[in-house]
Design a protein around this ligand. Structure first.
Ligand SMILES: [Fe+2]
Ligand SMILES: [Fe+2]
Length: 283
């Protein structure tokens, strides 16, 4: 039996990404009460810290439970970037060099739990992982990742008698928060491109970017595609709009024998999902 691990959308540096304990400030306490508003601000900050600590704790638990992994696939958005459009207020570090360090630390923590398997990666969304002037932060992350085998914009890997196609991006869909049609398109185009030697014919197509997990495939042809869940928790406007379709965690794939189709095993992280209040007229 073989095991494969898919990791996507870590967004290191975001206050909603995994934050290693040494990067998380301790809780603030106010001894006297200078003003009620100050207390409430501290409460909000502390609540954020507790959520981040819980998120890391859950990731830590998953990493410790991982089986021995045969190959790990990193689908990028490894760092958050500077959030230039929104002013960077959702960041714990706005320096991309620091974010690269944090991403390397997070990946190492997971990969250690996986037994340091061979790692393959792709580059992510330019807005997150590059800087003006073209500096490729993903490359810096991968160059410091233990047992890194290869990375590219789109990468083809042969493992377990299957060809894996890794690509951060995925096309637009007419279905809100669904990617079944774009995933099918990738597989059809891949089949066409393989007939003119532009691509290797792929059995498993993995994508990141959307922060929710869907699949679509052609079982009789041993072809399947997935968008992977993210390692960034729900909580800001980007996550909020996905509501129940937002998935935090990683994806394990189990394979009985070489050449056999893989079976997905979701590694879910709960991200503070709660029932909203029901406002009743007259109360
Ligand atoms: Fe992302
Ligand atoms: Fe992305």
């Amino acid at each position: 039996m073989k095991w494969y691990l898919g990791i996507a959308d870590i967004h290191a540096g975001s206050s909603h990404g995994p934050i290693p304990p040494e990067y998380l400030a301790p809780e603030m306490r106010m001894s006297d009460k200078p003003a009620q508003w100050a207390d409430s601000v501290v409460d909000v900050f502390n609540e954020g810290r507790r959520a981040a600590r819980d998120f890391w704790g859950e990731l830590d638990t998953l990493a410790a439970r991982l089986p021995e992994i045969d190959a790990a696939f990193v689908l990028s958005d490894n760092i958050e970037g500077r959030q230039a459009k929104s002013g960077g207020e959702g960041l714990i570090h706005n320096n991309s060099q620091s974010q690269v360090k944090i991403a390397v630390r997070i990946l190492d923590h997971i990969l250690k739990g996986a037994g340091y398997p061979p790692v393959y990666g792709v580059r992510g969304t330019g807005y997150h992982v590059t800087e003006n002037g073209g500096r490729e932060c993903d490359d810096e992350v991968y160059d410091q990742t233990k047992n890194m085998q290869a990375y590219d914009d789109v990468l083809f890997v042969e493992a377990g008698g299957l060809v894996w196609r890794l690509d951060h991006n995925i096309g637009r869909s007419g279905t809100p928060y669904g990617k079944s049609t774009p995933l099918s398109k990738v597989q059809i185009f891949n089949t066409l491109k393989s007939s003119i030697d532009e691509e290797h014919e792929a059995n498993v197509c993995l994508h990141g970017h959307v922060h929710y997990c869907v699949s679509s495939g052609f079982p009789m042809s041993n072809k399947i595609g997935y968008t992977l869940p993210a390692l960034k928790m729900r909580g800001e406007s980007y996550g909020r709009k996905f509501n129940d379709f937002y998935d935090a965690g990683m994806m394990l794939f189990r394979q009985e024998d070489d050449g056999e189709p893989v079976v997905p095993v979701p590694l879910r992280i709960e991200t503070g999902h709660s029932l909203p209040p029901l406002h009743k007229l007259g109360e």
